[in-house]
Each structure stands twice: as C-alpha cells, then as structure tokens.
Design a protein around this ligand. Structure first.
Ligand SMILES: Cc1cc2nc3c(=O)[nH]c(=O)nc-3n(C[C@H](O)[C@H](O)[C@H](O)COP(=O)(O)O)c2cc1C
Ligand code: SF4
Length: 602
C-alpha cells in the first residue's frame, strides 16, 4: 500500500498543488484514504497532516473509511426522485442488506447518497466505482447486486448497448446518452478541428481577437453572463509573469448536463476555444476543471489532448505562430458543487478546500497561483471558436439585442423528449414546452436555472429566456400537475444547498437550514402567517453571503412563495398567531431512539 501511495506522489512530482490528483488516485486505488496514506502524503509533500485532512474532508468522494469494493452513489436530485428513485433505493438496501451510508460486513458494497450527477435526462442514475448506471429500475438493481455478488468487474455489468455518439468510443464505453435533440452552431457537425488555429489566428493580433469577441456581444454561459471580450481584455492587461485559462466544467447545478454533452461530442471545439483565449490574453497554461462525476471521460479527453499536441494544436509555436506556446491539462474535482464558483474552483485546482475567495481581487487579476486567470464556461469557450471563425457580427445576428448567440438548454422532468437543445436566446418558455413534448395544460411549473434560479408557473410561461428576462445557465426542469411542488421540489433543493454550503459564512451555514425547518413546519400544517414573513426576511439576509451559493440558497422557497403563494396559504393556520412547531412526543421519540431507550409518554 505504502509503495502505491509513494508511486502516486512521485507521478505528480511531489507537487503540493497537485494534492487533489494525489488524493483522487489514492481514493480510487484503495477505496479510501487511510491515516497511513495521509501521513505519507503530508511527509512527502512537506505539508502538515491538517493540510491534507482539511482538503480531504471537504470533498464528497474522499473518505477516511473504506467505501466498499463496489461503492454505489445514488443520485438524490429532485428529478431522480420524480423518476422513481425511492423504489430503486429500497431495492438497493434490500438486496445489499444494508442502509444508505453503510458498507456490507464483507466490505463488498457501500451505499451512499450523492447530489445530481449530471444525468437528469436518464434518471434514476448512480455511479458505481465511477461508472454511470442510468435509467435504473428495481429489476435492474437486482441484476447489478447479483453481478456484484458474483464478483463481476463493473465494466462488464452493463446489460444494454452503450450510449449514443462518442459514448461508444473505445475509450469511453458507457451507457450514458447524449440525447442531443436540437443542434445549432455549437453542436453542428460542420466544424473542422483546428480551422481557427490554422486559418484565422495567424492573421490576427491578440487585440483583434478580443475586439471580435467584443463585437459579438457574447456573454458568459456559466450563469452570471459577464461579457467575455471584456473579461479577456482585463486579463490581457493584468500584470503577471504567467497567465492561465481555466475551463469551468464543474457543472454541479442540479438539472444541468449540457457541458457533459459538449465534453463528449465537441471536446476539440472546447480545446480550440481555450487556445484562442490563451492567444488573446497571453496565457501558456490551461486547465479544464471537470467534475468528478464525469471521470469516465478521462482517458478519452486525455487521448484527444495528446492528439492535439501531435497536430501542433497544442504545445510550442501553435499553428505555426512563433512564440505562441500553450498546453492544457485536466483537473478533476471530487464532489463539491461550490467548486463551480470560479474562485473556489481555483482554490480546488491548487489542492485546497474549495472555499470561495473574497473578491476583489477577481481571478483576471489574481487567480490560479495568484496569477491573472480567465475562467470561462465550456459553452462560452466553444462559442468563441464560432465567433472567430465567422465573425462577431455574424454571431450577434443570433438571439436578442442583449443576449446574442445560441444557448444550450438541459431539459428534464415531465416531458416526452428530455435532453440537450441548442436554441437562440429569446426562446419563450411556452415554445420550449411545445418543443420538448410537454403538454402545457399538464404542467404546473418550470424550474428555470436550477435550484438557484426561479420556479415559475403557467402565468409566466410567456417569458423569454435571455439575460434581460429569464437568465439561465441552461437547466430547465419541467414539473407536472401531479407533483407535490413544495415537498418534491422545494424541500429537495433546500436540502441540496444545506449539503453543499462550504460553511464559511454564518448566513449560508445557518439560514437555509432554518428556512428548511420552517418549510417542514409549514408542510406539517403547524405554520402561521408570521412564518411566511420570516422566510421572506431571512431570504434577504442571505444576500450578504460571500458567494452566489449562499446568496441564492433561499431562492427555492423565495420564488415559490412569490409564484405559488396559494400552496403555502393552504397549509398555514391563518387564525393562529403563534405555534412553536414543537412536538413533544416526536422529540421524546427521537431522543429515545438516539439513546436506545423505550419511550414512555404517560
Ligand atoms: C455556487 C456556484 C456554482 C457555479 N457553478 C458553475 C459551473 O458549474 N459552471 C460554470 O461555468 N460556472 C459556474 N458558476 C459561475 C462561475 O463562478 C463563473 O461565473 C463562470 O465560470 C464564468 O464563466 P463565463 O464567464 O464563461 O460564464 C458557479 C457560480 C456559483 C456561485
Ligand atoms: S456563501 Fe456559502 S458557499 Fe459561499 S462562501 Fe459563504 S458559506 Fe461558502
């Protein structure tokens, strides 16, 4: 064991900024990270035990205890629940003979919950030792557990054909489906890899590249919508010995999966976008930060990077441009939604806990290793290739005045055709419902932009997807009339934020939890009118949190209170001024259970 850990550390040249990679490899090789491994890593990297432990304890997929020869992580997103997760969970527990959070006595099977794994269009889905198993049913679970008991390697446990497109590639071989339902300039097949690098960049100065991006009015696709040309210009002008380009492929917002599809089907477009950004700002290193859940793409992506080096699309004097040197490496995360926030992402890539930094300074001034860094979403970088290829003006003809170009939407929930759709900005929610085969009559709500976005009802289905109206990173969850909106959706989203807070700010650490308790009190028919006012007031305090996670963590409740007030009103005791919500018999029962006593309530 010690030799393996030693070899892993050696592979990363004893570089402490590569701590994430070291921990990922140790976890994957040994199923957990033992005290002995921690000591070895700390000693070899010349850092303290605490430094190793604090990074390790931050991420969902690192464990200091064995997670089982077959570690099963079942996604507990709202859509997974809508599609039958509960039955899958019960069958897993029954067949394995353990509860979630436990490992079987023989160390074979571990069962764990996990947040959305980016498969909302093929739920319920789980990861088993990093391999995706989608569209799970109780029947399928029984087959899986039987295979595990027979000792089958995970790769041989698939019973259906591999997924579509490159999911069948020799280096991927997964059952994941891309479900591309509508193509536009980004997803179209007419792209010739390297065309911009060979034909356009040599004719342009870095400043001209930035000008062209500015002319396109392109705004970032990661959610905040910052103008891309301006971001690149800031970074170009910032002082630093080195500059970095980061691609944000963390994609942790529940309901989003379009970046997974780009990584699978258009990775060369993405890498070319990073090369263009590097040329524009003067960077010589790039990092694609990919969420742990997409680790099944590792060999495939790394092989493509190697191919790009061989074709001089990466490396030295790229595209024949003297002195233009740039290379890309892939950094995997280890399960933390907050790492999608750009400064947390940088911290994580430096081998630390993914805690967002105070800003300013922004990454364009002081980012990775304190050097100027551009962080862009996968889709933004892909769009940049099309802008430089066809011109900023061409691009600005798509979409609306303030939101140019196209947008990839990840659509899931109660509709006939879930999947990825590339549409022009300016698309209405109503048109979207028609496009995906959802009967408007049967739809009570659409969650726009994931849990941090808005829950809207039919009276707002005329609204338009664009930065001036309904801005979105691209996650759209369709919720039918038969769902219990507050329990199935709002409560699930609140639990997500509580689980994913990094805990640095007292607001984000406490208020979502208190809001969830209040929601549960209301669902329990113990709420009073004051509870609704409290929820609104507490939501305002959340805005003082350091990063977007805390600032938006109240949104599931706040937007449902605004747009579905009647659901709350129906449940509260209108004529009562106060109800503590405290239930003596429940409290005694819970404490007796914890202490192993028999409750006596007489
Ligand atoms: C909690 C949180 C999670 C985020 N997750 C992502 C993500 O998964 N992908 C992404 O591109 N941006 C994410 N962002 C936004 C990034 O901080 C950043 O704005 C974005 O990567 C910039 O790229 P763009 O300019 O191309 O949009 C997240 C922000 C927050 C606050
Ligand atoms: S708002 Fe939440 S996630 Fe963001 S820094 Fe504060 S505690 Fe961490």
């Amino acid at each position: 064991m010690a030799t393996t850990v030693q070899n892993i550390i050696k592979k990363y040249n004893k570089d402490k900024t590569r701590l994430m990679d070291i921990l990922i490899d140790v976890q994957s090789d040994q199923g957990y990270i033992s005290k002995e491994s921690i000591s070895k890593i700390a000693g070899e990297l010349d850092i303290s035990h605490v430094d190793v432990e604090q990074t390790m304890s931050f991420y969902h997929f690192f464990s200091d205890k064995p997670t089982g020869k077959y570690a099963i992580y079942l996604n507990d997103s709202a859509v997974s629940n809508m599609m039958g997760r509960q039955k899958v969970k019960e069958t897993l527990e029954k067949e394995a003979g353990i509860s979630f959070g436990q490992v079987t006595r023989d160390g074979m099977i571990g069962l764990f919950d996990t947040s959305c794994i980016g498969m909302n269009d093929q739920e319920p889905a789980a990861l088993i030792n990093g391999h995706v198993f989608n569209n799970l049913t109780p029947f399928r679970v029984k087959e899986i557990i039987r295979d595990i008991k027979d000792g089958k390697p995970v790769e041989q446990m698939y019973t259906s054909a591999y997924g579509d497109g490159e999911n069948r590639n020799e280096l991927v071989k997964t059952v994941v489906q891309n479900n591309i339902q509508k193509k536009g300039p980004i997803l179209s097949e007419d792209y010739i890899p390297g065309i911009v690098i060979w034909k356009k960049l040599p004719q342009m100065t870095p400043e001209q590249v930035i000008e062209e991006i500015k002319k396109s009015n392109m705004r970032g696709r990661g959610g905040a919508g910052f103008p891309t040309g301006l971001k690149w210009e800031f970074c170009r002008k910032a002082k630093g010995e080195k500059k970095y380009i980061f691609c944000n492929a963390d994609e942790g917002e529940p309901g989003t999966f379009k970046d997974r599809v780009i990584l699978t089907e258009r990775p060369k477009l993405l890498f070319e976008g990073m090369v263009i950004a590097a040329y524009a700002v003067g960077a010589d290193e790039g990092i694609v930060y990919v969420r742990h859940e997409y680790k099944y793409l590792k060999n495939y992506l790394e092989n493509l990077l190697q191919g790009a080096r061989e074709r001089n699309l990466l490396g030295k004097n790229i595209g024949g441009i003297e002195g233009f040197n740039f290379d890309i490496r892939i950094q995997f995360g280890a399960g933390a939604y907050v790492c999608g926030e750009e400064s947390a992402l940088i911290e994580s890539a430096e081998g630390k806990r993914g805690e967002p930094r105070d800003r300013p300074p922004f990454p364009v001034e002081k980012g990775y290793l304190d050097m100027p860094t551009v962080v862009n979403n996968v889709e933004t970088l892909c769009s940049a290739v099309k802008v430089i290829l066809n011109g900023g003006e061409w691009y600005s003809n798509f979409g609306t005045k303030d939101s140019s170009g196209t947008k990839l939407l990840s659509i899931s929930g109660d509709c006939k055709y879930p999947g990825v759709y590339e549409v022009e900005w300016g698309f209405s929610v109503k048109d979207m419902l028609e496009m995906v085969g959802a009967d408007e009559e049967n739809i009570q709500a659409v969650q726009v932009g994931g849990p941090s976005g808005s829950l809207i009802g039919p009276d707002e289905f005329d609204r338009i997807l664009c930065f001036a109206d309904l801005a979105t990173g691209g996650s759209l969850i369709i919720i039918g009339n038969h769902r219990d909106l507050l329990t199935d959706i709002v409560l699930n989203f609140m639990e997500f934020f509580i689980e994913e807070s990094c805990g640095s700010c007292s607001t984000c650490r406490n208020i979502p939890y208190l809001m969830k308790l209040k929601l549960e009190k209301i669902l329990d028919a113990r709420g009073v009118p004051q509870d609704l006012k409290d929820l609104e007031e507490w939501g305002k305090i959340l805005k003082f949190s350091r990063c977007g996670l805390g600032q938006t963590a109240g949104n599931p409740i706040l937007t449902s209170l605004r747009n579905f007030r009647h659901l709350y009103d129906e449940k509260i005791q209108k004529d009562k001024v106060f109800d503590s919500g405290f239930d003596m018999s429940q409290a005694v029962k819970a404490s007796c259970e914890a202490a192993g006593r028999v409750p006596n309530l007489n």
